[in-house]
Every structure is written in structure tokens, then in C-alpha cells.
Design a binder for this molecule. Structure first.
Ligand code: AMP
Ligand code: MG
Length: 496
């Protein structure tokens, strides 16, 4: 008789030791979700992996290389203890009540413990759910690469976001405007709960469930609200503040989300659901990045107001838990002060003003006006500004402007403001506040074109640059350059 002396394979050991599934969302009860199995993705292959995120999750590089991980993170195999589910939510889409929506193509596998607290792991594109309506439950390679790269780019920029551990692809055909191929994005977040989850239970008069949901969110993510006189008003105020900070971060970096429906608003103030998003190329305050948004509801300069509109919907949804309407309205007030203050602080940092003053609002305003009237590339302007000194001729910067006189007047105003500011510290602050690399549409497009031919090198290069977007990365100037002419013809719609 022979004994099996070999230790279990490394893959098995890692799989068993690293992934202990919890499912705190499942404990909310069956009114909140439907349990179901992911639909296997035929013959999956790796497209991109974030080893940085894997490490944060406590997963070793070796694990993320394994076939077991590939099967698990596409939904082709289930780990013991995982209880996959799709959650139900509703929402306002483009200003109109849309009724029940839900995770039509997202499946929550459960949560795992990490050093930073529990993280939910969700598959996007792993097949139909009870909430798929007319959809096929799939996501295409194109949009999955965009979501993967942008999630990790936002993290690199220091902007709150859901994360993306990997994208896996398959040759299985998916029908959109034309035939494309399927992919799965494996996302993580402390929670994927949206404003729309609250709207769902409120508008369907399931107020006990509404309370259960609010208590879950407070206990897990906003514990300080529990001690407030009115915990639900405190929750609304805390969400308003996080959302205000998020909007300030988006506006400062020039990020357009594109589909700020209430079902795409995270209760944790994270950027969520990357669809037709865009980082501004030439600065145009009214820029609309979503080709399907004919009215420009979610134009760049409308985002802060749209976030407030969405918070108002959340407030309405929470009314059954409040003492009166005034309480809800009062809780929203903080947005109106936190957003402008947070944006002011971010813009002052971009300008290198170490000692931000309220009077700097005028300089910020004139900077935006100048950028808009000269249609200046937003990211390149700020990065070049890092080398500005009052004494220099401002050459590389001035080249960005066709109206030299306006630029000179502005440069004078800025130079005067810089007089008391230490130039070394200022440059440090600016280089940390003005990224060199953002995920411009054309860069994503180039990586997608190559990926469709099974060349994933551009996805990986972009990932490396975007995870450290404030670093110089010598030799990669192409990725920090002006967009090519064809970039303006890229049309990104809701189709994904
Ligand atoms: P989105 O615009 O991506 O935020 O999606 C809005 C709603 O449509 C959500 O409930 C999604 O789950 C659902 N949805 C979008 N695309 C699909 C699809 N291909 N299959 C099923 N549901 C989808
Ligand atoms: Mg969505």
C-alpha cells in the first residue's frame, strides 16, 4: 500500500487558505436577492490582471496565475462556501423613474476578509439573472477592458472607486450593434449597494426591508451614524459628504462618468459602473461623453448638480425612516458646502497653492475660463503647469494657447499669487496633484483593438502606467501625448 505523501498542490492550498467566503449581503434575506449560478464562460483566457489589487486582497501572485483562479474568477467553478446571488434594485434613469432593475449581469460571489476589511467579489458579465430583463447577462471585451483599466486608474489617482481584479475573455460571440466577444470583469468593493437599492424598497412599500438595508449599511460602513440622534438622517448626511468629495475629485481630474443614474450611484461614494466615461481631452465644460445622452443631462459641468439630484432621490427613499421631511432636507445641506470646499482644495493643490485661501476662487475661475476659451488639453495643461515659474518664459505652456494675450494676463495673475509660495514645495504638490497619465478614450481604444487580436500587451502597459499616473515613466511619452485627430470620432454609448 502506498501513502499519498505529497502535500496538496500549491493551487489547492492557496485556494483553500486564501478564499474563505463570507456573505454578509446574503444575510439580509431573500427579499434582497436571488441565489443563482453563474453561466460558464466558454474556454476563458486572461486578458488583464491587477496584481496590485490581488496583493491587497491577500492573494499571492502565484494564485492569480493559476487555472483554478481563472475558473473561479470567470464563474466557471465555485469555491466552497460561496453563495452566488444577484441583488435587486431600482432607479431613476435619465431623470425618469425606471422601476425595478437589479443586477442584470452582475453576480456577487460573496465577500472575503482582507487587511482592509471585508471585500465583496462580483462577476460582471457572468450570465443572465432574474433581473436581466431583455439582456443577455453578458459584457463585451471592449467595455470590460475599459472598466478594468479605469477602475485601477481611478485608484491610482486616489479617487474612490470599485476595483477590478481581472478581465477574462472568451471567443463566445455576443450580439451588440455588431457581433463582439464576451468577457467577465471581476470587481471588488466593500459593498456594491447603490442609491437604487434604497429606492427599490422604499417605492415598493417594503419599509421593514428598507430599515434592514439602512441598518446594514450603517453598521458595516458608517458606524458613527449609529450614535447620532437620528441615525438615518446622519447616514444621508454622511453619504452626501462622501458624494460631494467624489464629485470634487471627478471635476478636478476632468472625469465624465456618462451615466449618473441613481442605480449607478454607490452608497459608499465610490465611482461605480464604468460605461461611456471619458477623461476630458480639450477642456469643454459642456462636454457630453455618452453618445446616448442626447440632452446632455450628464455633461461634465452638470455632474455636481446631478449628484445632488440623485442624493435628493436617496433622501426621498429614506423618508419613511425619518421623523419628517425637514430632517431629510437638512441632511442634504452638507453637500452644498462640502462640494465647493472640496473642489476648491483640489484646484488649489493643482495650482500649487500650499496656503489655499478663499480669495483663490477668482484665480481658479479665470483658469477654467482661459482653458475653455482656448480649448486647451486639460491633462497636459496641468502637467506642464508643474514646471511654471514666474521668472521663466512659460514656453511649453504658452504653446497650448492660441490667444497669447489672455494667457499672458493669466500668467501675470498666477505669478503674483505665487510670490509667497515656496517653489520646491509647490512643484512637489503639483506633481502629486496633476497626473501625467489618464485613460484617454483613444488609449483605451488602441488597447482594445490589439486585445481583439489577442495581443494584451497594451492593456498591461496601460495598467502599469495608470496605476502610478503621477510618475514620469520615461519612454512612455506616447501615452501622455495629445490625442490623435481620430480620437474625436470615437463614439461611446451605453452599449456594453
Ligand atoms: P447600466 O446602464 O450598465 O448601469 O445598466 C442598467 C441596467 O441594465 C442594470 O440593471 C443592468 O444590470 C442591466 N443591463 C445592462 N446590460 C445588460 C445585459 N447585457 N444583460 C442584462 N442586463 C443588463
Ligand atoms: Mg449600472
Amino acid at each position: 500500500m502506498t501513502f499519498a505523501t505529497a502535500t496538496p498542490s500549491a493551487e489547492r492550498t492557496l485556494a483553500e487558505s486564501e478564499l474563505k467566503w463570507g456573505n454578509s449581503f446574503a444575510r439580509l434575506g431573500p427579499d434582497f436577492y436571488t441565489e443563482l449560478q453563474p453561466t460558464p464562460l466558454p474556454s476563458p483566457y486572461w486578458v488583464g490582471r491587477s496584481h496590485a489589487l490581488a496583493r491587497e486582497l491577500g492573494l499571492e501572485d502565484q494564485w492569480l496565475e493559476s487555472d483554478y483562479a481563472l475558473a473561479l474568477l470567470t464563474g466557471n467553478q465555485l469555491a466552497a462556501g460561496s453563495r452566488p446571488l444577484a441583488s435587486v434594485y431600482s432607479g431613476h434613469q435619465f431623470g425618469v423613474w425606471a422601476g425595478q432593475l437589479g443586477d442584470g449581469r452582475a453576480i456577487l460571489l460573496g465577500d472575503i476578509a482582507t487587511n482592509a476589511g471585508p471585500r465583496e467579489i462580483q462577476l460582471k458579465g457572468a450570465g443572465r439573472t432574474s433581473y436581466s430583463r431583455m439582456g443577455d447577462g453578458r459584457a463585451v471585451l471592449r467595455s470590460s477592458i475599459r472598466e478594468f483599466l479605469c477602475s485601477e486608474a481611478m485608484q491610482g489617482l486616489g479617487i474612490p472607486t470599485t476595483r477590478a481584479l481581472c478581465v477574462t475573455g472568451s471567443d463566445a460571440a455576443v450580439r451588440r450593434e455588431e457581433f463582439e466577444t464576451a468577457a467577465v470583469v471581476t470587481r471588488t468593493a466593500p459593498s456594491f449597494i447603490r442609491f437604487g437599492h434604497f429606492e427599490h424598497f422604499s417605492y415598493s412599500n417594503q419599509h421593514a426591508q428598507l430599515k434592514t438595508l439602512a441598518d446594514h449599511v450603517i453598521d458595516r460602513f458608517y458606524p458613527a451614524c449609529r450614535d447620532a440622534k437620528q441615525p438615518y438622517a446622519a447616514l444621508l448626511e454622511a453619504v452626501s459628504e462622501r458624494t460631494a468629495h467624489l464629485m470634487a475629485a471627478w471635476q478636478a481630474v476632468g472625469f465624465c462618468h456618462g451615466v449618473m443614474n441613481t442605480d449607478n450611484m454607490s452608497i459608499l461614494g465610490l465611482t461605480i459602473d464604468y460605461g461611456p466615461f471619458q477623461f476630458l481631452d480639450a477642456f469643454d465644460p459642456g462636454h457630453i461623453c455618452n453618445h446616448s445622452d442626447s440632452e446632455g443631462r450628464y455633461a461634465y459641468n452638470k455632474q455636481p448638480n446631478m449628484a445632488y439630484w440623485n442624493l435628493f432621490c436617496l433622501a426621498q427613499a429614506l423618508l419613511p425612516l425619518m421623523d419628517n421631511q425637514e430632517q431629510a432636507l437638512a441632511a442634504l445641506e452638507s453637500y452644498k458646502t462640502v462640494f465647493p470646499e472640496a473642489l476648491h482644495a483640489r484646484m488649489c493643490a493643482k495650482l500649487g497653492l500650499l496656503d489655499a485661501q478663499p480669495e483663490d476662487a477668482a484665480l481658479i475661475e479665470s483658469t477654467f475660463r482661459l482653458l475653455a476659451s482656448n480649448k486647451v488639453d486639460y491633462t497636459i495643461f496641468w502637467r506642464r503647469l508643474c514646471s511654471f515659474t514666474p521668472q521663466s518664459g512659460h514656453e511649453p505652456l504658452r504653446d497650448l494657447f492660441f490667444d497669447g494675450e489672455s494667457f499672458n494676463a493669466w500668467a501675470l495673475q498666477y505669478s503674483e499669487r505665487l510670490t509667497p509660495v515656496d517653489s520646491g514645495l509647490r512643484a512637489d504638490l503639483m506633481l502629486k496633484s496633476n497626473p501625467k497619465f489618464v485613460l484617454r478614450n483613444h488609449l483605451g481604444e488602441e488597447a482594445i483593438r490589439a486585445a481583439k487580436l489577442k495581443d494584451f500587451s497594451a492593456v498591461n502597459t496601460l495598467l502599469t502606467l495608470l496605476q502610478a499616473p503621477f510618475d514620469e515613466h520615461p519612454g512612455h511619452e506616447h501615452f501622455a501625448a495629445f490625442p490623435p485627430d481620430w480620437a474625436t470620432s470615437i463614439e461611446i454609448s451605453c452599449s456594453s
